[in-house]
Design a binder for this molecule. Structure first.
Ligand code: NAP
Length: 259
């Protein structure tokens, strides 16, 4: 159990709230070491024994580690001084330099979870430009692993790129699922069956990939020279991989430009 007092600004939102609950449920910290804030200072998290505040500066002063989980456009209004505190930002498109300039903090971690925090299956890459000791690295890894898996990446640009990849969470699978459903309906399949079939592929069958190498899976299916091979070949020849590359770069460009 960590001994640090953790404050989450925006700790009642989608990501912040999910993280706060996970820190308590996994026993990473006891409730009396957790403070969350939002603009009203009210939230059911208060029933767990955690403190819920509306005063962000009071949260900073009572915390050893400050997690920023407001939306990027809400960041400027926070107006906090966090010199001497360790800051972990979950915000997309806000640079470490901007966070340091606005808060006075010198140790900034940028972590990029995704919406699967809700089911504790987020992959969360993180970056810190400062040199960290092994205890500090273990603390950050442990904190982020309360909501899934995590890995340190060597550059901040890597966080901007990964914001558009793993940070998008269920977005690409959702697009694939709706495309498969709509196209099946156009092909004459009843809508309820089309939905089940698409879900069966995107949500159920894809779980095989947890323990199978994806390229090996593609090679094996192409080798059958059958129905699946024809579909895969059609996508590959249409430039599927290049299109995916362009899609992720489009998102990464937004993250790099800042929000
Ligand atoms: N959602 C995702 O899939 C995802 C993925 C990767 C990264 N992120 C990043 O995660 C961050 C949070 O996103 P989210 O989806 O969790 O947003 P959200 O659900 O809107 O949460 C934002 C939280 O900030 C609080 N808040 C707003 N202004 C505040 C202020 N001045 N002082 C204190 N609290 C304030 C809000 O509470 P009140 O409105 O009650 O004040 C709310 O609890 C964003 O920066 C985003 O870039 C999100």
């Amino acid at each position: 159990m960590a001994t640090e007092r953790i404050g989450i600004i925006g700790g009642t939102g989608w990501l912040g709230g999910g993280l706060a609950q996970a820190l308590l449920d996994t026993g990473f910290i006891p409730a009396d070491q957790l403070i969350v804030s939002n603009r009203s200072g009210n939230h059911p998290l208060a029933n767990t024994g955690a403190r819920v505040l509306a005063d962000n500066q009071a949260l900073v002063e009572a915390s050893d580690v400050v997690i920023l989980s407001v939306r990027p456009e809400q960041f400027k209004a926070l107006n906090i001084q966090a010199a001497g505190k360790r800051v972990i930002s979950l915000m997309a498109g806000v640079t470490s330099q901007a966070i340091s300039a606005a808060t006075g903090a010198s140790v900034i971690v940028r972590a990029m979870p995704n919406a699967a925090i809700e089911i504790r299956q987020s992959f969360t890459p993180w970056h810190c430009a400062q040199t960290l000791g092994s205890v500090e690295v273990a603390f950050i890894q442990g904190l982020l692993e309360c909501v899934g898996t995590a890995s340190r990446v060597p550059t901040e640009d890597g966080i901007d790129y990964l914001s558009a990849l793993s940070g998008t969470g269920p977005a690409f699978p959702a697009l694939l699922m709706t495309a498969l459903t709509r196209q099946a309906v156009i092909a004459g399949i009843p809508e309820d069956v089309a939905r089940q079939a698409a879900k069966g592929v995107v949500v159920s069958a894809s779980q095989l990939l947890a323990n199978h190498d994806p390229q090996g899976m593609i090679d094996a299916l192409v080798a059958y020279k059958g129905v699946t091979a024809a579909g895969l070949q059609s996508l590959i020849e249409a430039g599927f991989e290049e299109q995916i590359g362009r899609a992720v770069q489009a998102g990464a460009d937004i993250a790099r430009k800042g929000m």
